[in-house]
Ligand binder design. Structure first.
Ligand code: FES
Length: 101
């Protein structure tokens, strides 16, 4: 495991049996993962890891993700522009206010 600066957990609504059935999945959270990975690579942010997760228990505000170790929670992430906004802030070492919970 490399020395990570950040670890981003993206809710993909996976349940214990492996099925993805929750709100974040239905709202397209899984489709955000490839773009997030590509954008991190394009920005040279190789010390940031992305993991998909089960329900983060904030379904009414999803799609949701959280950045560790800062514990920066984000909600209502709908597309690539939203990811760009969040990563712009992360590059600056701050939390994006636009999607912060
Ligand atoms: S399904 Fe994403 S927070 Fe619950």
């Amino acid at each position: 495991m490399p020395n990570l600066k950040h670890h981003i957990f993206v809710c993909c609504s996976f349940r214990g049996n492996g099925n993805a059935q929750g709100i974040c999945n239905k709202a397209g959270a899984v489709s955000l993962l490839p773009y997030l990975e590509e954008e991190l690579a394009d920005r040279g942010m190789h010390d940031v890891q992305v993991s998909s997760t089960g329900c983060l228990k904030v379904c009414d505000r999803g799609p949701a993700m959280v950045v560790y170790p800062e514990k920066w929670w984000y909600a209502g992430i709908r597309g690539q522009d939203d990811i760009d906004t969040i990563l712009d802030a992360l590059e600056e070492g701050t939390q994006s206010a636009e999607f912060a919970m």
